[in-house]
Design a protein around this ligand. Structure first.
Ligand code: TYM
Length: 332
């Protein structure tokens, strides 16, 4: 793991939320002190689902500002925009020759997106995991901090890297999904039905930009029931989710108290949600305020993007030299 190279990214398709934070960004922040890190804003990927680019600039600057507000340091990690590294598009082209229609069509995210946008089942959507693999292996990264929903994409990235090596010689190490905890995580939505998401389930998702009152309102609306009637009963999913969210933002003793109230059937969900809301407010307010200030500092954001692109570009250019040589695209 020592000297490992780390790469990850987030699509600028909406506001970042607690899922993005706990699934990805929290790990990025820790990793920047231990490894060589490349973290980007996946603007090209966003074009597969958001061809209208009116809001793109806004969203790209928001993600970058939120990265920094969460603790990412442009002097430690390269923070950049995917589209600024043109070499990625070239590697994507080569990898596309090694990716097969059948495996791409079977990808869960492809099937889901086609269901959501049947009139725009474009080739970019089909080859989405190929571009993601290019993002990662262009830096010859091995650790990829992501949430649980990205597991299949990482498996595909490994397959493409191995296939390239098999055909053209050993160029790429195997990238793996990474989390400091034991497993990749999935932050559930507050309504107990799915996960927090940038574009769906907005009333049940807590965004890093949410105002205090809105956070309170969303948390208080979370589904509960009359409480357990038998000691130590199993928790229904929607209650389990509230505990899971509490574990992310509240102190250990606080969660332990509500666990024990649950187990001896004295739990008051109203109190639990009030506590959870206050702990979320305490967690989010400083990030929101910092991000707001950074978002308005255009000079800083430009400097960060330029610096990140220079660092990431250097690494990409070096890899692509090796790639072209390995494929046999050098004629003199
Ligand atoms: P995206 O933009 O959907 O999500 C960004 C990161 O947040 C994680 N995440 C979650 N984790 C836990 N619980 C949730 N509810 C939750 N929602 C989102 C995601 O797992 C992800 O880590 N395809 C990627 C972007 C990408 C990328 C890459 C990632 C493009 N190239 C290269 C890694 C490496 C995506 O759509 O993430």
């Amino acid at each position: 793991m020592e000297n490992a190279i780390v790469m990850s990214g987030i699509r600028p398709t909406g506001f970042l939320h607690l899922g993005n934070y706990f699934g990805a960004v929290k790990n990025y922040v820790k990793m920047q002190d231990e490894f060589t890190c490349y973290f980007m804003v996946a603007d090209l990927h966003s074009l597969t689902t958001h061809p209208d680019t009116k809001e793109l600039k806004n969203h790209v600057t928001r993600v970058l500002a939120e990265y920094i507000a969460c603790g990412l340091d442009p002097d430690k990690a390269a923070l950049y925009c995917q589209s600024h590294i043109r070499e990625t598009a070239e590697l994507y082209l080569y990898l596309n020759m090694l990716a097969y229609k059948g495996e791409l069509e079977k990808t869960a995210t492809f099937k889901e997106k086609v269901r959501q946008q049947p009139d725009n089942a474009n080739a970019g959507l089909l080859t989405y995991p190929v571009l993601q693999a290019a993002d990662i292996i262009i830096h010859r990264a091995t650790l990829v901090p992501v949430g649980k929903d990205q597991e299949q994409h990482l498996e595909m990235a490994r397959n493409f890297a191995n296939r390239f090596n098999h055909r053209y010689g050993d160029v790429f190490p195997e990238p793996k999904a990474f989390n400091y905890g034991e497993q990749l995580i999935k932050v559930p939505s507050l309504d107990g039905t799915g996960k927090m998401s940038k574009s769906e389930n907005q009333n049940a998702t807590i965004y890093l930009a949410d105002e205090d009152e809105l956070i309170r309102k969303k948390v208080m609306k979370a589904k509960t029931d009359a409480g357990p009637t038998e000691p130590n009963s199993p928790k229904p999913d929607y209650i389990e989710n509230i505990f899971l969210l509490m574990k992310l933002v509240s102190a250990e003793e606080v969660t332990a108290k509500f666990e024990s109230d649950y187990n001896n059937c004295t739990i008051r969900y109203g109190d639990m949600k009030k506590q959870l809301a206050e702990d979320m407010v305490k967690f989010i307010a400083p990030i929101r305020e910092k991000a707001e200030a950074i978002r308005n500092n255009h000079t800083l954001l430009r400097e960060v993007m330029e610096k990140g692109a220079a660092k990431a570009g250097k690494s990409a250019v070096a890899t692509m030299e090796i790639v072209r040589q390995a494929i046999g695209l050098k004629y003199y």
